[in-house]
Design a protein around this ligand. Structure first.
Ligand code: ZN
Length: 232
């Protein structure tokens, strides 16, 4: 392996290591992020509460209507029972029955509204339940996929480290130090390939003297971006 090849290979491995570590950080963040799950649970709780509210409202109205009907039936029994004969009392009873019936009709209208609201709230609650189940199952699938990907990437990282050591053994300490310094300065990309006398990272043509040195096996840098130029 020539020095240029070793540098180029080292750069490839380091770039892959950087990308792998970035992806591992993303995976860790995704594994911790249960926002969608918590939102779906919260939405279901709210919809369950709303459905219970309308169920209770419907029950209250039904009981109230039942009690009005009882009262009405008792008054009618007295009105038509024959025991009450006083005309004033009979007129009062009729008025009371009429008033009870009016009140009952109002409550029945309210009951109908409450039933419609209850049905709507129950539908929304059921939809929230389905959404939560789907979210939970997606969540477990995603978590399993991410954990599997994580295991694969960690194994790959070990492999990269091993190969990196092998490749680095082909380079002298000064070259390695120059490479590492440039990696820090140039956003991780210390090495640039040469293609038709052009630095493939910055696109600038290298000088004839630099190209001559490169052919002699010397370590040369791009005049423009400063990266180590390799011809591989
Ligand atoms: Zn360049």
């Amino acid at each position: 392996m020539t020095g240029g090849e070793a540098l180029y290979r080292l750069q490839q491995l380091d770039s892959e290591r950087d990308a792998t570590q970035d992806r591992l950080r993303e995976i860790d963040a995704a594994l911790r992020d249960d926002t969608r799950l918590r939102r779906a649970r919260q939405a279901l709780q709210e919809q369950e509460q709303e459905a219970r509210k309308w169920q209770a409202r419907q029950r209250d109205l039904e009981l109230e209507i039942e009690s009005l009907a009882d009262k009405s039936a008792r008054s009618e029994a007295r009105l038509y029972g024959g025991k009450v004969t006083n005309p004033k009392e009979l007129t009062d009873l009729e008025a009371e029955i009429a008033s009870l019936q009016r009140r009952r009709r109002r409550l029945e209208d309210q009951l109908l509204e409450a039933m419609i609201e209850r049905e709507g709230a129950e539908d929304t609650r059921d939809a929230a339940q389905t959404h939560l189940q789907e979210t939970e199952s997606t969540w477990s699938r995603t978590q399993a996929d991410l954990r599997a990907e994580r295991t694969g990437l960690e194994q790959r990282l070990q492999e990269i480290e091993r190969r990196r050591d092998e490749v680095a053994a082909h380079l002298d300490p000064q070259t390695l130090a120059a490479y590492n310094r440039l990696r820090e300065l140039k956003g991780g990309q210390a090495v640039a390939r040469l293609r038709a006398d052009i630095c493939t990272v910055c696109g600038v043509t290298i000088s004839a003297s630099a190209e001559w040195k490169l052919r002699q096996g010397e370590l040369i840098h791009c005049d423009s971006c400063g990266r180590i130029i390799v011809s591989v």
